[in-house]
Unconditional design. Sequence first.
Length: 403
Amino acid sequence: MRFKKYLVALITTLFSICVIWIINEFLIKTPQENVVKVGFVYISDQATAYTNNFCSSQREIENIFGSKIQTIAKYNIPDTENEIKNALIDLVNQDCKLIFSTSYGYGQFVKELAQKYPDVQFCQATCDNANQEPVLPNYHTFMGRIFEGRYVCGVVAGLKLLELLQAGKIHSGNVEVGYVAAFHYPEVISGFTAFYLGVQSVIPDAKMIVRYTETWGDYIIEKKCAQQLIDEGCVIIAQHSDTIGPAVACEEACIKNKKVVYHVGYNQTMSDVAPTTSLISCRINWLPYFEQAVSAVMDGKRIESVVKSKLKGNDSSFGFDRDWIEILGTNRIIVSPEMTQEIEKLKKQFKNGSLTVFKGDFIGVNPFDEDDVWNLKTPFYENKEQSAPSFHYILQDCIIVRE
């Protein structure tokens, strides 16, 4: 009898242990220790091409890492101190160990909070202050070498102009391209200069007219700005702005008014809204940095030791060489095979470091300080010191800025 009692007690105990194990393993949802929470702060939402590029990379790392990470996103956060800090603090309070912030205007406030939360890694896109004092081990900046994509798009635009000249559809005495630019920022100036230099490498006498919208994402203003440039005789319209307004303006001018005009986009394929005029687009691919930063945090490593950019300190940048820059939306209907071959040739040159963009017989003047001048006979090496673009000179006699 006593043996039976011990046996019953043992069985009961083992059964209880099994029940407890099953409950803990399958019913009680306790956080796994190896799950890394990753936060994202966006200035807009997926309706805008700029933010959607980040969001698509967020979705890709969710697929790559699966249950090893949990992502939390904050959308439509203005770049004002209270708004951005409140969003970041909420992510920290939700135990995010890595936070990506995606608007240049966030940078100052993100860095201030990085000082307060040293156990959280903060990665700020498009900014330039990671290596400024105070340098923090948990605050990082990153951006793709977008001038490479702009230059390639400019070459395609130049080849289209050459095609039009040879066909007699435009005349050599007045070859102008237009550019819808958001703000007077170095990032924008660097971009439209790289685009122009791409055009000029094919059509040496080409001029470019730049008009600023003073907004990143106003469809009506951007479209109107493009229409003005078309009315002024620009044959190619490129943009550093976030809506499809310029592409629609080009398509309407071509279809409705029978004007000879083509479009070069940014951040998204625009041939769906401008099938007869949209030549090509380019964008930054954020996925490589996202993936490497997440891997670093998961493995307890310094982010830059995994990314391995050539930049100093807590700053990272690559171009075509690591697929940080992408050409997209190549419209096979109006982009010739020869143009496509040239695209691949240029990408290879950027990858092997044999192509320098900012050089030539040009004088650049800082629009805010006429004493700040750069003679491009001495090449300017963009993104050599920092990931954020820094070329901020307007090329005399060939780029005209109109308000």
